[in-house]
Design a protein around this ligand. Structure first.
Ligand SMILES: Cc1ncc(C[n+]2csc(CCOP(=O)(O)OP(=O)(O)O)c2C)c(N)n1
Ligand code: SF4
Ligand code: SF4
Length: 1298
């Protein structure tokens, strides 16, 4: 603890110095000061008012086209000049998050933030703007504080509001759920506040980051007004309406819009300038509302008490006393909408009808889906139907009169669509609301026509909702017996609730505005395609009179996954909230996609297809492409262009990043801008986008732009392609998988999902609990590496280090008896195996080219230059055959001690081929864990990268050994993982104790009552009972017992019971795994509780020093000076010392490890931790792409070594099992002495370099302070290692326990 305190004190001295003097330009401290000034009571408020003096009810109500002809191969016509009003307004391309954040920043003084996809961007933007010193309409820089969780953010928000600040925050999904208690409080105290929510699915049978209304509907009862935006433009406008209406009404507002579809869609919008907002807020009604909010704040000069306890006598009345505020809130929304309309020219209604004035059928819904319905309505009405859509923007407070007024009198049938699911309900919330409204109205007015109403669900977790689905809903209303409680957009072949496809609007018919162009770009995760397309659409929207829209879809892999960019532009406003269906322009940036995915399914006949390929002649392409694809091309007859973009990227120094090459080609072929202008704009955007990465990166990208066009080649599609037969292009990895349910899952679910065809799967193929069988990643065979390592037998010393460091388990040692090599492929060379126990065996290192990600860590790690990276195409066939042979050899895992570096790699990894980034620093730890204890592991995994690379359906990298044993893995939530793991351990122990009792009862039964079991069974049971708590023995006996119990299960009820409980004979090892965001921040309370519990659980913290999974926000593990998201100005405070906190308990095993820096120490620490009978905590340094290692992740090993040698990441083990005396010490320092300069380490990583570039003086001071601290801490560690005081020594290890 001393360590921690001293370090903090000395760093904060520097931090204080720097914060006061040097961080001023970008520090939010300035903002805080200003905020405090602005938040002080206004003059004249000296006399203490009582809350009732200031009831909110006292507030008075209050371009010409420049499209070139050259190079333009699209049938693209320049649009007419935009309307004069639109030209006058400032147009800008942005996504829903940015559109909202602009308003939130402009009108708020304080924000407490926490990252959660897809809302994170709003927090990041306000943090960045605050760091840049941007002022809001009150002249203040916003005070932005990241909290430890959304619980904390909501509590702090509540506090800031109680102090009279104008405060806001951003969240969704699980984050919103954590805010519920404070949401009640904020509403209960009638506090003006706006919470902006990117509506997202909730974690149920599975987590999903995608959009629907499950989260917002789960808080509809909290007393917040709820305003829904249906588009990016609305998100901007209604954000302002929310902030105005909350001030007017004193009711807090939840402003929501669809996660991803609106939050991440880039669209051309007209922005509201701060001057207009300022003018609005200077109206007396707002000046008075703000004054009122501030004067009723907590203040000792006019004190009051809030948050008291009330009894049955008054609580109820008090709750009803708030009714007038809710009664008036609707009118306040109308007034705010009118005010916003006056400055924007765009008008909104809480319930807005669009469609035929004499419609007979109506769809009612909220959110972006309404735009798809509107397209359907326009299409149907143009085809002789009479239909309409009612867009609900105000869900709370619900206003029945206004809702009914919005419905045309002619409407007889109503379909209400909810983007949520309330299992077991009699209809979802909007349906229930509408049904109640109609029913009430009919009761009150018997002359009112009866309306037939049905409810349905759509779009859960961003499931596509197309105009054709809306048409299907209208068609359903026309049926004799319409489906009720239906779903649309999926095939429910179980309860048969889904609507059939629409007849009137078949696929292929477009409802887009005329002249809209659609483009699709197929890219690979982190290849830059998405970033480049975002820039492209911004260039188009900002430099042409066209409207533009961009949306991006991803698969679940952290890297090397598929990204598809959906771009639209055209002369009319584009609002279509669905993916591109018929692309005019398609670029496939990776040639393997042509075989793997049905890319051409969305290409318009005669459209443009640009293929990045190494096969740039028709002859070579004919050989490469599968016949199915060639037939498709022959039928579609696109204008086909080929380019070897990889060669251009390499020549310009960009390695495998083909994004800029493909972007330049797009501008050239589309002709959307004159080419010279396009190039100059592209280069400008490159300079801006890559500024953070340094001038070299900018120059390389510029070079790629200059070189791109000359490499482009137009080719004709040969007529011969039309009649070709299909050939098999992929190996059949299923040979590796077991039969039964796993096979069924692979065939019926995993394969289509991996081919991006999961949307087509019917309900019946899924397990309703969302369970996934083990080992499914084995079938992915992604082949994403450009280069893969190949073994050079002659140099190899058989250390197994390559396998040890491989993050993907794609390189392994193989051992074989000479006789087993009889059927080996000719290229399967081996050498005589070295070492004790290896006599007579042959050895080989084998890579799986299909599973390798090309991270190159192994070639860097090999001490003997025995691996060489070769282009995948040159080795794919040969080495994959070798891999198949190697992995079918017997596993020889008992030849060496598994707790040695070499021995551990002779164990089968039971975590393989995960979806992590290439070179990920997290996965090798977990892989090693599975090699040490995999057959008895239970993993409780916090949400984070490790739950995404470790558990994104259908990819389950956790697999089984030949016995079918392997890690059982579960993710509960982000915040509760420690408690979840403790629960698993407790439940498991309890069940084993019961089993132990049953076994001993059987063994102790008196002879006459004893079950007549065989002597073998009795003997095995006795041995098990003697060693039931020692996995090394118990688990061997447990295996022996399985067939014995099976055979004798019917002998007696007692044996039958043991047979039923036989899976508990095996002793499990519970590991609680998660990242630093979980352990240091959101889950710390639970973690601390587990640390104090004395239970036999193990905790593994994968410390990437940021929230990697959500894009790299700072955590309390982030080091001082590092620039991370939410720490745009560099983190000012030092890293929290979690090891010291844990050691202060005295009886917790603690180790600080770095797998890449010291292979032996990590194996030792894991083994000791697992053996230790109490709580163990392993802190694991995990290099991550977020660190921006300048020479790439392949250098993570050198980088980790430097981190250890310089004392940045010391290695130690604190083992309470050691009895302290003069010769033995509990604390052992494994990194013996400091070497090198920590500044060299800082110089290699962009996270530290950003500050060096931005504010060198600040960086220098911080780095000096850190260096000082590291030296000081190391000195203290040395003292501890020699038995010096400093750590609680009192704790005794818990007694050996279950
Ligand atoms: C209550 C809640 N808030 C926020 C999130 C979003 N979220 C998921 S993972 C994550 C960050 C994980 O960071 P860390 O624990 O450091 O693990 P890493 O991704 O670095 O492995 C966040 C913020 C969530 N899932 N639940
Ligand atoms: S790291 Fe190099 S020397 Fe060691 S086993 Fe692998 S290939 Fe052989
Ligand atoms: S921890 Fe870092 S390197 Fe690993 S998967 Fe996450 S983002 Fe990628």
């Amino acid at each position: 603890m001393e360590t921690h305190i001293k370090m903090t004190a000395s760093s904060s001295k520097v931090a204080g110095r720097s914060a006061a003097r040097l961080l001023l330009p970008h520090s939010s401290r300035v903002a805080n000061k200003r905020v405090i000034v602005a938040a002080a009571p206004p003059e004249g408020a000296a006399t203490a008012p009582t809350p009732s003096d200031f009831k909110p009810s006292d507030v008075p109500p209050a371009v010409a086209s420049n499209v070139p002809s050259t190079g333009n191969i699209l049938p693209f016509n320049a649009p007419a000049a935009a309307s004069s009003r639109a030209l006058a307004a400032k147009k800008a391309p942005m996504d829903g998050n940015e559109a909202t954040a602009h308003i939130a920043y402009a009108v708020s003084d304080v924000s407490f933030i926490y990252p959660i996809t897809p809302a994170t961007v709003m927090g990041e933007l306000v943090d960045q703007w605050a760091a840049e010193g941007r002022t809001n309409v009150f002249g203040n820089v916003m005070s932005v504080t990241e909290m430890e969780s959304e619980t904390g953010a909501a509590g702090a928000l509540h506090g800031a509001l109680a102090a009279g600040s104008l405060a806001t925050t951003f969240t969704c999904s699980q984050g919103l759920l954590l805010m519920v208690p404070n949401m009640y409080k904020i509403a209960g105290e009638l506090t003006p506040c706006v919470l902006h929510v990117t509506a997202r699915a909730l974690a149920k049978h599975a987590l999903s980051i995608f959009g629907d209304h499950q989260d917002v509907m789960a808080v509809r009862q909290c007393g917040w007004a709820m305003l829904c935006s249906h588009s990016v433009q609305e998100a901007h406008d209604l954000a302002l309406v929310s902030h105005l209406a909350t001030l007017r009404s004193s009711v807090p507002f939840l402003h929501f819009f669809d996660g991803f579809r609106t939050s991440h869609e880039i669209n051309t919008i007209e922005t509201i300038d701060n001057a207009s907002i300022k003018e609005l807020l200077s109206k007396p009604v707002y000046v008075e509302a703000i004054r009122h909010h501030r004067t009723r704040a907590l203040n000792p000069t006019h004190p009051h008490q809030r948050g008291t306890a009330q009894g049955p006598d008054v609580y109820f009345q008090c709750a009803e006393a708030a009714n007038p505020f809710y009664d008036r809130a609707y009118d306040h929304v109308i007034e705010a909408m009118a005010e916003v309309s006056a400055i924007t020219g765009r008008s909104y209604k809480p319930y807005e009808y669009v469609g035929a004035p004499d419609a007979d059928r109506l769809i009612v819904l909220m959110g972006s889906g309404s735009q798809a319905v509107e397209e359907a309505v326009n299409y149907m009405n143009a085809n002789g139907q009479k239909v309409g859509v009612l867009k609900v923007r105000v869900f709370r407070p619900w206003k029945t009169d206004a809702f009914l007024e919005a419905i045309p009198a002619s409407v007889r049938k109503v379909c209400v669509l909810d983007r949520t699911k309330e299992s077991g309900s009699a209809g979802e919330p909007l349906y229930q609301q509408v049904a109640a409204a109609l029913h009430e109205a009919e009761l009150v007015d018997p002359d009112m026509p009866r309306r037939y109403i049905v409810g349905g669900r759509f779009g859960l977790a961003s499931k596509e909702f197309l105009p054709s689905h809306a048409v299907a809903c209208f068609e359903n209303l026309d049926e004799h017996r319409p489906l009720r409680d239906f779903s649309v957009g999926i095939v429910d072949d179980v309860t048969r609730r889904s609507l059939p496809p629409s007849r009137l609007l078949p696929p292929g018919v477009s409802t887009l505005p005329a002249g809209t162009f659609e483009c699709l770009f197929w890219g690979m995760g982190s290849d830059g395609t998405v970033g480049a397309n975002k820039e492209a659409i911004k260039i188009i929207a900002s430099n042409t009179p066209l409207s533009a829209q961009a949306y991006f879809s991803y698969d679940a892999h952290k890297s090397g996954g598929v990204t598809v960019s959906h771009l639209r532009f055209g002369p009319s406003k584009i609002s279509s909230p669905y993916l591109v269906q018929q692309a005019d322009y398609m670029a496939v940036n990776h040639q393997s996609y042509m075989a793997k995915y049905d890319t051409l399914a969305c290409l318009k006949p005669g459209g443009v297809l640009v293929l990045n390929t190494t096969f740039t002649t028709v002859e070579s392409l004919t050989k490469y492409l599968p016949d199915k694809v060639k037939r498709q091309l022959a039928a579609l007859q696109p204008k086909l262009y080929l380019i070897d973009a990889l060669a251009v990227a390499k020549a310009s120094g960009l390695g495998k990043h083909v994004n800029m090459v493909m972007q330049t080609v797009f501008f050239n072929l589309s002709g959307v801008l004159p080419m010279d202008k396009a190039i100059s704009l592209l280069k400008k955007s490159i300079s801006k986008a890559y500024e953070r990465k340094g001038p070299e990166v900018v120059a390389k990208n510029h070079a790629a732009v200059d070189m791109a066009i000359s490499a482009l080649k137009a080719v004709d599609i040969p007529a011969s392609w039309s009649g070709l037969q299909t050939t098999v292009v992929h190996p059949n990895p299923l040979s590796k998988t077991q039969a039964g349910s796993r096979w069924e899952f692979m065939e019926k679910v995993a394969k289509p999902m991996l081919a991006l065809e999961g949307d087509k799967l019917p309900v019946s193929v899924f397990s309703p609990e969302g369970f996934v069988p083990p080992g499914t990643t084995v079938m992915e065979k992604r082949a994403i590496a450009a280069q893969v390592p190949v073994w050079k037998a002659e140099n190899c010393t058989q250390c197994n280090i390559c396998a040890f460091v491989c993050p993907h388990a794609a390189i392994r040692p193989a051992l074989a008896q000479p006789g087993e090599l009889a059927g080996a492929p000719g290229s399967f060379g081996t050498i005589g195996a070295k070492g004790p126990g290896m006599a007579g065996l042959q050895y080989r290192i084998q890579v799986s080219p299909y599973d390798c990600t090309g991270c190159d860590l192994c070639t860097h790690a090999c001490p003997d230059n025995a691996l060489e990276a070769k282009p995948i195409s040159s080795v794919l066939e040969v080495e994959s055959a070798n891999w198949d042979f190697a992995t079918n050899l017997p596993v020889r895992d008992n030849l060496m001690d598994r707790s040695s570096v070499k021995g551990s790699q002779l164990q089968q990894p039971l975590m393989e081929f995960s979806g992590a980034c290439e070179g990920c620093g997290e996965t090798p730890y977990v892989k090693l864990l599975t090699q040490l204890f995999g057959d008895r592991l239970i993993i409780a995994n916090a949400t984070g990268c490790s739950s995404i690379w470790g558990g994104s359906a259908p990819s389950n990298p956790y697999t089984t050994n030949a016995d079918g044993y392997g890690p059982a893995w579960a993710n509960s939530l982000f915040e509760d993982n420690a408690q979840f793991g403790l629960g698993i351990a407790t439940g498991t122990v309890q069940r084993r104790k019961t089993l132990y009792k049953h076994v001993t009862d059987v063994l102790a039964a008196p002879a006459e009552a004893a079950a007549p079991i065989s002597g073998v069974l009795r003997d095995a049971l006795t041995r098990w009972a003697d060693h039931w708590d020692e996995p090394e023995v118990a688990n061997v006996v447990a295996k022996e017992l399985q067939p014995l119990l099976e055979r004798e299960k019917d002998v007696s009820p007692a044996i039958s019971q043991l047979y039923g409980e036989r899976d508990m004979l095996h002793k499990a090892s519970t590991w609680i795994v998660g990242g630093d965001g979980w352990a240091y921040d959101i889950g710390f309370g639970g973690l601390d509780h587990v640390l104090a519990s004395g239970q036999n659980v193990n905790i593994l913290v994968l410390d990437t020093e940021v929230y990697s999974n959500t894009g790299g926000q700072r955590s309390k593990a982030t080091p001082m000076s590092a620039v991370a998201k939410f720490a745009a100005g560099g983190k000012e405070r030092p890293k929290k010392d979690l090891g010291a906190i844990a050691m202060s308990y005295g009886d917790v095993y603690v180790a600080s490890t770095s797998l890449h820096a010291n292979y032996g120490q990590v194996v030792k620490a894991m083994t000791e931790a697992e053996r230790y009978p109490g709580v163990s905590l392993l802190l694991c340094y995990a290099p991550c792409i977020m660190h921006g290692i300048s020479s790439g992740m392949c250098s993570a090993i050198d980088e980790s070594k430097m981190a250890v040698e310089t004392g940045y990441w010391p290695l130690y083990r604190y083992n309470p099992a050691i009895k302290e005396d003069t010769a033995h010490h509990r604390f052992q320092l494994d990194s013996k002495k400091l070497k090198g300069d920590v500044n060299d380490f800082f110089a290699h990583e962009n996270r530290f370099q950003i500050l060096e570039r931005k504010a060198p003086e600040v960086a220098k001071l911080m780095h000096e302070a850190m260096d000082e601290n590291l030296q000081e801490r190391f000195g203290r560690f040395k003292d501890l290692a020699s038995g010096g005081p400093g750590i609680a020594q009192g704790g005794e290890p818990p007694k050996k326990q279950q």
